[in-house]
Design a protein around this ligand. Sequence first.
Ligand SMILES: [Zn+2]
Length: 188
Amino acid sequence: MQQFFQHLQKVALIFIISVSALGREPLSPHIHGKAELHIIMDGSQLFVELNSPAMNLLGFEHAIHNSEDQAMVENTRVHLENPNALFIFSGAKCQLKERSVDFSKILKTNEHKHHETHGQDNDPHTHSHKDIEATYLYLCEKPNSLHSARVLLLDIFPNITSLHVQWIIHNQQGTNTLNHKHNDITFR
Ligand SMILES: [Zn+2]
């Protein structure tokens, strides 16, 4: 698992550098209804990273208050931990190897806050809004056969109305914006 995160950090860095080189903004602001998806093929490894305002996935962004909130988090976790129902990568025979769903910003309570995070929280925007991040690692038998993907995420989480996708596949890169009518990506 440790290795997975180290590798992911490396890939994320490569991704940010690549995106910056194109003159695009790698980090988007927190806007309800919008979410970000990164898809990167590195050799036979496929990395997928989802970043969304918690509002889109849970319907709230406050810390958990009661058992209803807790149940909502568990329900969302079940969906996010089953990416085979969220993303379909055709042709490449990709098998999920690792996954990580990060609810820490929702689950974190005030008494656990450190001084470092207090500094960041001086920004009223980051103080009131929370994001959820999910990352996935697949191993693909036929990585060169990956030409398209279907994203079912918006069917599961209809509060996402616009999904901005940035991808790097086989030394090509591109961006797509998916919505409830258009959920296919062609990597070319
Ligand atoms: Zn928010």
